[in-house]
Design a binder for this molecule. Structure first.
Ligand code: COA
Length: 327
């Protein structure tokens, strides 16, 4: 179902979306053949709208995502870890650049996207609205939040929109370094002193729920999945990505002697699926509506960056004007 209407049939879909059925059929056939859609190709208005929404949210998540970890650069334990964290934060900002470029190919300007972010019109990932209280939080973020992002991004890099897929491929390569860095930090704490162990366990306890939320609402509450999966923008459902995360990372977490704060987390070996406690979906929806613990702070920082950087952009534009050849 898409909205209230089934979209199984192409002509019916064309009617609902107010598109030419022949063009829609050719577009879908191209996707079915595994070919990429490029910015200059014909695409349904809804495909463009959905991609802008998703890529823009993703780009915002990267720049906002740099904030919780960024606050620890000055307090990182030791020069080596400080350098690594600085590089990671810089990478995340670079990912935002790649993604904003990708969304711009669809016709929305960067200024419009940034304005929609700081005015609270566009969403970004729930997970970055929680505080990084201790150094162990940065370790859990770098390992498990980045692991979650990699699951999503590796899948979607095989999708249909060329510029998004190419950006994701590059992002995934860098994210895999972040994952190793995060794992190294978690392992150091988990095998360290009792205080360090306690600190990393406490961070895991606080981040588990936001990480479960990260993959999006349960499939039966996901409004965009059907059309996105039909058009191969999204290559797995929210629940399937969550299951993949549990399959890959629960054993690794337990191997470090850490416990997972969900007494109902268990794998049904017959069907190969995990069951878990309801991770409080009301909290998820409140957070993505702007009412999480750090939403206001995160947007305030972005607004400040935008305002403080205005003179630089103005100066660059002014100088760019001098480089235009006079005819
Ligand atoms: N954080 C914030 N909002 C989220 C979310 C999350 N973790 N998961 C879902 N939502 C929002 C959706 O954006 C949508 O809101 P909207 O209609 O106002 O845009 C709503 O919840 C319903 O969710 P759903 O129908 O499942 O959205 P979706 O099909 O777009 O799937 C994602 C959600 C996150 C899986 C998908 O958008 C995605 O893969 N995005 C790209 C990757 C990304 O942004 N990663 C984040 C940081 S690395």
């Amino acid at each position: 179902m898409y909205g209230n209407v089934s979209v199984i049939d192409v002509s019916e879909t064309a009617q609902i979306l107010n598109e030419d059925p022949v063009r829609l059929e050719q577009f879908e056939a191209k996707i079915a053949r595994g070919e990429k859609i490029e910015p200059y190709d014909w695409m349904p208005k809804e495909y463009r709208r959905q991609l802008i929404r998703m890529i823009e949210q993703h780009a915002h998540s990267e720049i906002i995502g740099a904030l919780p970890e960024g606050t620890w650069i000055t307090r990182a334990p030791g020069f080596k870890r400080k350098m690594a964290l600085m590089a990671k934060v810089q990478d995340e900002s670079g990912h935002a650049q790649l993604l904003y470029n990708g969304a711009e190919t669809l016709g929305k300007t960067r200024e419009e996207m940034i304005n929609d972010l700081i005015n609270g019109k566009s969403k970004y990932s729930n997970v970055f609205n929680y505080p990084a209280k201790t150094w162990a939080d940065t370790a859990v973020i770098a390992w498990l939040v980045d692991a979650s992002a990699i699951i999503n991004q590796v899948l979607n890099s095989k999708g249909s929109y060329g510029p998004y897929c190419r950006a994701l491929e590059r992002i995934c390569m860098e994210e895999s370094f972040h994952l190793r860095y995060g794992y190294d930090n978690v392992t150091t704490l988990a095998t360290g002193t009792p205080v360090q162990r306690e600190m990393v366990q406490d961070a895991l306890n606080r981040w588990w729920k936001p990480i479960m939320h990260f993959f999006g609402p349960p499939d039966n509450a996901s409004v965009h999945s059907e059309i996105l999966m039909r058009w191969k923008v999204k290559m797995a459902s929210n629940d399937d990505m969550r299951q993949q995360f549990l399959n890959q990372y629960v054993p690794k977490i337990l191997e470090l002697g850490l416990s997972i704060p969900d007494p109902n987390l268990v794998k049904n070996k017959e069907i190969g699926k995990w069951s878990y406690s309801d991770p409080d979906w009301n909290e998820f929806f409140e957070v993505i509506r702007g009412n999480g613990p750090c939403n206001k702070e995160r947007l305030a920082v972005r607004r400040m960056a935008e305002e403080n950087g205005a003179w630089v952009r103005k100066a660059l534009h002014k100088n760019a004007a001098y480089t235009v050849p006079l005819s």
